[in-house]
Design a binder for this molecule. Sequence first.
Ligand SMILES: *[C@@H]1O[C@H](CO)[C@@H](O)[C@H](O)[C@H]1NC(C)=O
Ligand SMILES: *[C@@H]1O[C@H](CO)[C@@H](O)[C@H](O)[C@H]1NC(C)=O
Ligand SMILES: *[C@@H]1O[C@H](CO)[C@@H](O)[C@H](O)[C@H]1NC(C)=O
Ligand SMILES: *[C@@H]1O[C@H](CO)[C@@H](O)[C@H](O)[C@H]1NC(C)=O
Ligand SMILES: *[C@@H]1O[C@H](CO)[C@@H](O)[C@H](O)[C@H]1NC(C)=O
Length: 371
Amino acid sequence: MSLSCLGCNLKYIFVAVLFVSFTTLMFLTFKGVMLRSTVVPIRRNTVAVLNRTNPSKTGWREHKFDMRGNDVMVFLHIQKTGGTIFGNHLIKDLDIERPCACTKESRRLPKKGWSRVCHCFRPDSSRIWLFSRFHLGWPCGLHADWTEHKECVPKYMNKREGRNKLRKFIYITILREPVSRFVSEFYFVLRKGDMWRGATLRCNGRSPTKEELPPCFERENLSDITFEEFIGCPWNLAFNRQTRMLADLRRVNCYNTTGISTEKRGKVMLESAMRNLREMAFFGLTEYQEESQYLFEKTFGLKFHDPFTQFNLSETTAGTKTPKFNSSMLSQIKALNSLDLKLYEFARDLFFKRSKRFRKTDRISMKKRLS
Ligand SMILES: *[C@@H]1O[C@H](CO)[C@@H](O)[C@H](O)[C@H]1NC(C)=O
Ligand SMILES: *[C@@H]1O[C@H](CO)[C@@H](O)[C@H](O)[C@H]1NC(C)=O
Ligand SMILES: *[C@@H]1O[C@H](CO)[C@@H](O)[C@H](O)[C@H]1NC(C)=O
Ligand SMILES: *[C@@H]1O[C@H](CO)[C@@H](O)[C@H](O)[C@H]1NC(C)=O
Ligand SMILES: *[C@@H]1O[C@H](CO)[C@@H](O)[C@H](O)[C@H]1NC(C)=O
């Protein structure tokens, strides 16, 4: 009797245990499904972000641009690098499902006169995939630099398209041989009488004070500026412009130069610029238009309709004007742009490493197709 009762108790206990384990199992499985369905996109994103912040030696090599997804291309336009031409290629010349639409509508830009407005929307929504001056009109300040972009772009996009949207910002830029770029900038100032005084140069949430960055030239109209005067201003932002604009300036206390030697400041900026450049999915070089186009197309899996044009020396300001500078002036220019010269050397090396890798892959897939 007691034995059979124990048996029946055991039976109940067995059923109860079975029931509990079954419901627990169901619960866990369900929870797992729930968790996985929410975690997967985030985890994939984290991996991509990790790869981006810990790039291999050559940085990213390939990043098929996801126009329907969350990729936002941010074009950092450094003055006198041919960025306007490249920017126009981006707007007008890409073979994409929904071409950028440029309106006749104009908007007044501070100190820049009238400008066209272009919209580069994703194929299936009114969200934008390109952050560039051509359709947004310098929302992060005139010729904003890396530091300004990092602070401003996410805020701008949140304001425009709502917060809590998953976005991948993909920075791109164009670099140019520094002596040519500098000469071009000098003649630009001569021609326009102005040198981007509207630039906000924000860093750590504010523009530099007059004590931190004194104005170079008091007069409004600079169309009579001499070369000696131009290079005589120690704070001239034309010097090493590419390094400064690509560096994280928060690392050197922004425009406050007290408490750090010029050498140390330069070293930190150069290292930062190199790191930021390497982390860019793509950068082009003015001197290598065809290769820049190839690298862009391979990196993002996008195609341009028209080939990029390599301008002859006789067609550029730098090409025609540089011979006017004698050797001592040229060595002065080089000394004043020594960081940019190092950055450019680094950039060219990286640029050809990246393109070589793509060419190698091309050859392999060509062989496969032929065999
Ligand atoms: C991240 O990098 C690793 C190793 O370099 C690679 O195996 C992996 O596919 C990369 N992941 C993504 C999402 O690119
Ligand atoms: C600047 O001065 C030059 C002559 O010195 C003149 O031709 C030009 O119109 C001036 N530009 C502006 C914007 O005032
Ligand atoms: C610049 O930085 C130093 C410390 O490095 C600080 O004492 C000084 O107040 C700063 N100057 C300005 C204008 O913020
Ligand atoms: C550039 O110069 C080469 C010869 O030096 C010439 O064949 C070519 O047509 C020129 N390109 C342009 C765009 O003028
Ligand atoms: C170069 O030109 C500048 C100004 O035109 C002149 O003062 C200097 O003596 C020249 N230097 C040489 C080495 O010719």
